[in-house]
Design a protein around this ligand. Sequence first.
Ligand code: NDP
Length: 325
Amino acid sequence: MEETRNLIIIGGGPAGYTAALYAARANLAPLVVEGFNWGGQLMITSDVENYPGYADGIMGPEMMADFRRQAERFGTEFVTDDVTEVDFSERPFKVVVDKDEYRANSVIIATGASARWLGLPGEATYQGRGVSACATCDGSFFRGKELIVVGGGDTAMEEATFLTRFATKVTVVHRRDEFRASPIMLDRARNHENIEFITNAAIDEIKGDGKVESVVLRDTQSGNTWEQKVDGVFVAIGHDPNTKLFVDWLDHDDAGYLVTKPGTTETNIAGVFAAGDVQDHTYRQAVTAAGSGCMAALDAERFLAELEGHAGTALTAPRPEAAEV
Ligand code: NDP
């Protein structure tokens, strides 16, 4: 049987690694179960220009490698695999990775969020062959091509603008004629000579022959459909939190984001904390995720110190249904 650890951090993005850095420096010897694809969303980003301290910008993967190395330097242990199950019914909490079971008196959840897909015919078939949810990862494959970006938020505007570096024409397809995107990003896209907009329109099908060749578009008001030739479709319709393993245990909102007590990273189970995009659908920045990772480590440290102060008393966590919110 594995020893009971102080702290397990689930998730290897800016929040998880920052939590690990702080916890390791506080001598908590954290274990980070960082996921098979560690690094989080920044691994599919190119230039990061808005992380303070990198005055000349940095590539996303390089920055995450820096984060990881900094946590490692102070003694963080890593498991490069995905958590398959958790049991928060009592302390020590259980975190299962396939056949391996880890136990800890506190857990920080920092599993982030993932891009949403449309769920259309053809979408899954042509992923990697013209369908993508990441302009910065796949844009350069579309030099001289014509692309569609789906969505009306900041991500869609950012991706459309970015894709003009490669594509000759980018068409933003949005299901309404009002946009969630901030005015500055919308205007930047609107004023770009290689970006066109089709509003009040949805994609019904992505068609191709080995790779994307066209889409079937539908006017959301008249219902009329038409086919348009295109070389690639970038889906930019938002994100979902990676909380499937936790929603049976922890309070969450309707979209599945974990709910933390205002001003803290505490969930409804004492000793379980949440940091980063998994509990934040508003800011979703690397720097805010890192900040809340720091908060979670400090919260966990205080929780463990208090637990130690009460050594000898029962260390049983409340069951989810009985937990205080
Ligand atoms: P948003 O939720 O803001 O926008 C999602 C867009 O996708 C909406 O226009 C929505 O349409 C559309 N959409 C959702 N589901 C579907 C569907 N099934 N079919 C068609 N369209 C759909 O997500 P974003 O990822 O754009 O942004 C998330 C957050 O990140 C925001 O707070 C944003 O400001 C921030 N962000 C900031 C950036 C920056 O400052 N550099 C860059 C990128 C994001 P509808 O409006 O009709 O619901």
